[in-house]
Design a binder for this molecule. Structure first.
Ligand SMILES: [Mn+2]
Length: 303
């Protein structure tokens, strides 16, 4: 994408799920989805440092669990700090897999890292523009609470040239799964009518990349709701989905251009090799490989 002066360029990614299938000392020698998730998160960070990105937002589920081991937290935060250390502000929304609170929060402390650990608005400067980033952590039954949470961020009344809401929730009309499930009116789905009139809503949680511009009755949303999707497949339900991240251009407080940049995915190669390995042995280990029993001969890692 050609770069134009005066435009604020935002890189948005989410659902990196660091820690999923990422054992420190694997008992079974097989490809790990954890390595694939980390590799793609690192590709996104490399892209963020290309020089044209003014601001980076992570839409949540940075980590797969609220209690990841320290080494996983250190690797994840070091990716985020790599961006912040270059003076590019980063905002992170705690997701449902983090139970609304990032692990080892002190590791995220950095003047250029903004964590929505409670409803708040962070003001950052990018290319002479005042950018207001509002957000609040994932919470259950958001539908009834959304307007109050949004008000508590004070995003809508902030003095800024560009306003973005960072979220980790389902929004009305979002679709997931091979059967194209549509989120409608459950208590964990945000109403289309509650979307505020700002430049854009950037949300994690929904692992399929998509952009919503209308509610389920066809009425235009007050702002586009963009999902970057997960950086790699986390389950077979995501088959058929391209994986990647979004590069968004904002001009005069409005979204003027968005581009989905695709990442390589090795999920099906991983799955084929795991199934091959299971077929090659008469007593296969469990898929999670978290068993206490010894792996059968030939499976134990020698190094
Ligand atoms: Mn997720």
């Amino acid at each position: 994408m050609a770069y134009r002066a005066g435009v604020t360029r935002v890189l948005f990614f989410s659902d990196t799920h660091l820690g999923l299938d990422w054992p420190a000392r694997p008992r079974v020698d097989r490809p790990r989805r954890g390595d694939a998730l980390y590799a793609n998160a690192e590709r996104v960070v490399t892209r963020a440092l290309a020089g044209d990105i003014d601001l980076v937002i992570h839409g949540g589920d940075l980590f797969h669990r609220p209690d990841v081991p320290l080494w996983v937290a250190e690797r994840g935060y070091s990716l985020v700090r790599r961006v912040a250390d270059r003076g590019v502000p980063v905002a992170v929304v705690p997701g449902n897999h983090e139970r609304g609170a990032l692990p080892f929060p002190l590791l995220a402390r950095h003047p250029a890292i903004h964590v929505f650990d409670r409803p708040r608005t962070a003001l950052v400067h990018a290319r002479g523009q005042r950018v207001a980033l509002g957000g609040f952590p994932y919470l259950r039954r958001v539908r009834a609470a959304f307007r109050a949470q949004l008000a508590a961020t004070a995003l809508e009344t902030a003095e800024a040239d560009l306003k973005l809401l960072c979220a980790h929730h389902c929004f009305e009309g979002a679709r997931v799964g091979a059967l194209d499930w549509v989120f409608r009116d459950a208590d964990d789905v945000v109403r289309g009518a509650d979307v505020p009139a700002i430049a854009a809503v950037l949300s994690g949680h929904v692992h399929r990349h998509q952009v919503l511009t209308r509610d389920l009755r066809g009425a235009p949303l007050a702002a586009p709701v963009l999902f970057a999707g997960s950086v790699e497949r986390t389950s077979v339900a995501e088959r058929g989905e391209a994986k990647g991240y979004l590069v968004l251009d904002f001009d005069a407080g409005r979204l003027t251009r968005w581009q989905f940049e695709e990442l390589p995915t090795v999920f099906f190669e991983w799955r084929r090799r795991v199934l091959d390995q299971r077929c090659a042995t008469r007593s296969p280990p469990s898929a999670g490989a978290r068993t206490t029993s010894r792996a059968p001969g030939g499976f134990t890692r020698s190094a």
